[in-house]
Design a protein around this ligand. Structure first.
Ligand code: WQD
Length: 350
């Protein structure tokens, strides 16, 4: 199939491109590179020895999006493109709503115009808000505790309404838990802009000395060691889940949500320990206050994805930490290539 991947240059997007290409699919990538670099796609081509079209386009540019659909026989879309920093979404909510929701509305509109009704949507476990219990299953009540989470929840609702208005649609809503790790080659991985918000990129930048120490956000939660427990899932397992979802949606019309998690939770201190063992590096940390909005525990009941998609996470915490370390130690500045560094260095001199 020819698949359009919006946000394909991003962390999860680029790993999904690799799995799609290696499975024989043809892909097109649409990305505005606001939170990613073209270098990640160069490395996808290197890893797969495959080529594909790249459109540097913002989903808010409807004419440009229409041109992509008019020039290509697109059979399905995997929609990653969107802003995803929880803290930033609290500071600039209108930007998040416009970017994430208007961009998705434009995509849906153009897909309908070109009779493309197969969609895999990058959702998030954040739509469960403060879960009433763990493990979390798909029929739990949904809520959001921040504008980013509300964009994901609203888009899920919009997609349900779109299906009700036109039963040709086949939609999978993939609710990610905590994606970490990197491709085993170390060529692609997570490359956050500025200071990392999330635990693993922060730990890996501390381990290479780019950051001095990790601040653990609270150790007074009702968890075994008092620190936050999350369901960390290897990004390659997550990427493979998208292939399974693609295979599934062409077999039915409707909208189905799937938790993509391992079903096992690890605490912050357990993650620090696992990373130190995997990297052979100490990760200095201090215990600080809780981060506003954080919950004590969050991990998936992944049975539905296993039953209906034939998908199950295979990689463990050790793999996740080894692959994170390999990516970070081989790419201390992420995807900033020498060209970027030289350009930056030259501006410093002038
Ligand atoms: C994990 C644990 C922190 C950083 C977020 C988004 C969610 C999804 C995944 C997009 C928590 C602790 C973290 C640090 C710490 N993103 N921590 N020090 O908050 O579970 O989920 O990312 O879909 O929407 O909410 O992930 O990695 O930020 O935190 O102690 O410097 O690590 O308190 O317990 P989170 P996280």
């Amino acid at each position: 199939m020819t698949i359009l991947i919006t946000g394909g240059a991003g962390y999860i997007g680029s790993h999904t491109c690799v799995e799609l290409l290696n499975s024989g699919h043809d892909i097109l990538v649409l990305d505005n590179f606001s939170n990613s670099r073209p270098e990640s796609l160069d490395r996808v081509k290197e890893l797969t020895n495959k080529s594909f079209k790249i459109y540097k386009i913002d989903l808010l540019d409807k004419a440009a999006v229409e041109k992509v659909f008019s020039e290509n026989e697109i059979e399905a879309v995997i929609h990653f493109a969107g802003l995803k920093a929880v803290g930033e979404s609290v500071e600039i909510p209108v930007h998040y709503y416009h970017n994430n929701i208007t961009g998705t509305l434009i995509l849906i509109d153009v897909m309908q115009k070109y009779n493309v009704f197969n969609l895999v949507f990058s959702s998030s476990a954040t739509v469960y808000g403060i879960p009433q219990q763990v493990p979390i299953s798909e029929e739990f009540s949904l809520s959001a505790t921040n504008p980013y989470g509300r964009t994901k929840l609203m888009i899920e609702e919009i997609l349900n309404d779109v299906y009700v208005s036109n039963n040709n649609w086949s939609i999978a809503l993939l609710r990610y838990f905590n994606p970490i790790g990197a491709h085993e080659s170390g060529l692609i991985g997570e490359d956050p802009n500025g200071l990392p918000n999330n635990l693993m990129p922060f730990i890996s930048q501390v381990s290479i000395g780019k950051l001095s120490e990790l601040k653990v956000f609270g150790n007074d939660y009702t968890t075994p060691d008092g620190t936050g427990v999350r369901d960390y899932i290897h990004v390659v397992d997550l990427a493979k889940g998208h292939l399974k979802a693609l295979e599934k949606i062409v077999t039915f019309n409707g909208v189905e949500a799937y938790n993509l998690g391992t079903g096992k939770g690890y605490s912050v201190l357990e993650m620090i320990d696992a990373f130190e063992k995997a990297s052979g590096r100490k990760v200095p940390y201090v215990i600080g206050p809780r981060r506003p909005g954080d919950i004590a525990e969050c991990f998936a009941k992944p049975d539905k994805a296993e039953r209906e998609l034939g998908w199950k996470a295979e990689k463990g915490i050790k793999d996740m930490c080894i692959d994170s370390w390999k990516w970070q130690s081989q790419n201390p500045e992420g995807f900033q290539t020498n060209e970027h560094r030289n350009k930056y260095a030259s501006t410093l001199k002038s």
